[in-house]
Design a protein around this ligand. Structure first.
Ligand code: SF4
Length: 473
């Protein structure tokens, strides 16, 4: 199963030229990183870190995101990919050129504090997320290394791949690690291996079990103040509170555009879908928020969505609207573009994107830390897979109404035991509400458990027997 299973859209030479322009721009970002890091140093990294070759092969992801799409939607997807590549190359450049200033952080601990202290953030799970999106079997050798070293095989494959990278000696060594007790036992325990293998000081933020009340917000704000002191003691970074205010103001600006974008995609037909929404959000709002590039991304997507709306929507034949609950299917990201082509299904929302974060009150360090506390404790996936089941379902049924959806696709990643445990209740609740539900049985980053072809078969079976949708020719 590959992008070549997608049918190429019939596009004009002008549209083709635009796609090529953004693809060339993405490769230009990679070349610039190589020049700034230094060609010889870069060659050394390419030799010692085989994952780098996969990560830099952004053409595959590009083709997947544009091949079957037309018009401005195709252009928005290409533009989104180019910006994602730029953001990732900038991060890698920091990791390679300033390792003594680099702080590895867990995916659910966003980097605003790290930026404000003049340090480079490096999200530990970035490779385990981006790798399979580009090459579906990317994580498998790292999963094997991890299991051979004694990690229980039933742990989620994302932390297993992250541990495998460190165990194989391919994970860049930071100055320090900032992590937490989120989002799950597997995710949390991964950091004991990272701490040992990378041999760097590690700080763990403690998120309370009940995290929606003011008492926990104050408690966690103190945790963040404690982390700042610890980072000052263990890295060259120093907190600049004015800088943190600027970063949080910037984050608020990005959220304003994000809200506007969400209002736009409520419309039928939706003016944007797929990677421009979920991948852009994952990079600019989860992994690297608070930078002008994030606001610029969200603003550009709002502008594109308005133009696409005037053209009649992202898909000319939108027939169904879906949410992909849980993290998106990393080993088969083509699922989204394929569902658009085959059945006219637009995928508008997913668990990682549906942040619903409040704005940060930036009037004082205390209010900023409280705002960041809410954002971290209520981070996507973390807030859904901890605490009572209402944390999982309330958001889901809220977004079902909000985005006028017709069905829910649950990416039932077998390693995510917290969410798997809810499947029975999930089916019951959807049945009560009359919501068609597809639970895709698969593994997030391991194609040997369920192949992409099998994932597609499950989706086909659901669309044709439950939804009774005719596939398009
Ligand atoms: S997908 Fe589930 S099991 Fe894997 S890291 Fe996220 S919460 Fe944990």
């Amino acid at each position: 199963m590959s992008i070549y299973d997608l049918k190429g859209a019939r596009v004009s030479p002008m549209e083709q030229a635009r796609t090529l322009y953004y693809k060339a721009e993405a490769y230009g970002h990679i070349a610039n990183m190589g020049l700034r890091v230094g060609p010889l140093t870069m060659l050394g990294h390419l030799r010692s870190k085989p994952w780098l070759k996969v990560l830099l092969d952004c053409g595959t992801l590009f083709d997947m995101s544009t091949k079957g799409r037309e018009g401005l939607y195709r252009q928005a997807s290409a533009m989104a990919l180019s910006r994602v590549v730029k953001a990732i190359t900038e991060t890698l450049e920091g990791v390679f050129t300033r390792p003594e200033y680099t702080v590895m952080h867990e995916d659910l601990v966003p980097p605003e504090i790290i930026y404000a202290m003049g340090l480079n953030p490096w999200m530990a799970e970035l490779l385990g997320i981006m790798g399979p999106l580009i090459r579906s079997d990317f994580a498998e050798r790292y999963i094997d290394v991890s299991e051979n070293a004694g990690t229980p095989p039933d742990i989620c494959s994302l932390p297993k791949a992250t541990m495998g990278l460190a165990l194989k000696g391919e994970m860049p060594r930071p100055a320090a690690i900032l992590t937490s007790n989120m989002p799950c036992d597997g995710g949390m325990s991964c950091y004991t291996v990272l701490e040992r293998e990378l041999n760097v000081p590690t700080f763990r933020l403690d998120v309370p079990y009940n995290f929606y009340d003011e008492r926990s917000t104050k408690y966690f704000a103190d945790e963040l103040f404690r982390a700042v002191k610890w980072l000052e003691a263990n890295t060259p970074g120093r907190m600049d509170w004015d800088r943190l205010k600027e970063i949080c103001d910037e984050r608020n600006r990005s959220v304003e555009y994000q809200m506007e974008l969400w209002d736009l995609i409520r419309e039928k037909p939706a003016p944007l879908a797929g990677e421009a929404l979920y991948l852009g959000h994952m990079i600019f709002m989860v992994a690297m928020p608070g930078r002008p590039a994030c606001t610029e991304y969200m603003k550009t997507m709002v502008d594109m969505a308005k133009r696409i709306r005037a053209e009649g929507g992202a898909l000319h034949n939108e027939r169904f609207r879906a949410a992909l609950w849980n993290p998106p299917t990393l080993v088969y990201p083509e699922l989204i573009a394929w569902a658009e082509q085959r059945y006219g299904v637009v995928t508008l929302m997913d668990m990682i994107s549906y942040n619903r974060h409040p704005y940060i009150d930036t009037k004082s360090p205390q209010t900023i830390m409280e705002g960041l506390s809410r954002i971290i404790m209520q981070g996507p996936m973390a807030r859904h897979t901890r605490g009572p089941q209402t944390n999982f379902f309330t958001d889901l049924f809220d977004l079902y109404e909000r985005f006028n959806l017709d069905m829910i696709w649950m990416a039932g990643h077998m390693g995510c035991k917290n969410t798997m445990a809810l499947n029975g209740m999930f089916r019951e609740k959807c049945r009560e509400r009359g919501i068609p539900l597809l639970i895709i049985q698969y593994d997030l980053s391991d194609t040997r458990v369920v192949s992409p072809a099998e994932i597609r078969k499950q989706a086909e079976g659901f669309m044709e027997t439950v939804i009774k949708a005719e596939p398009s020719k």
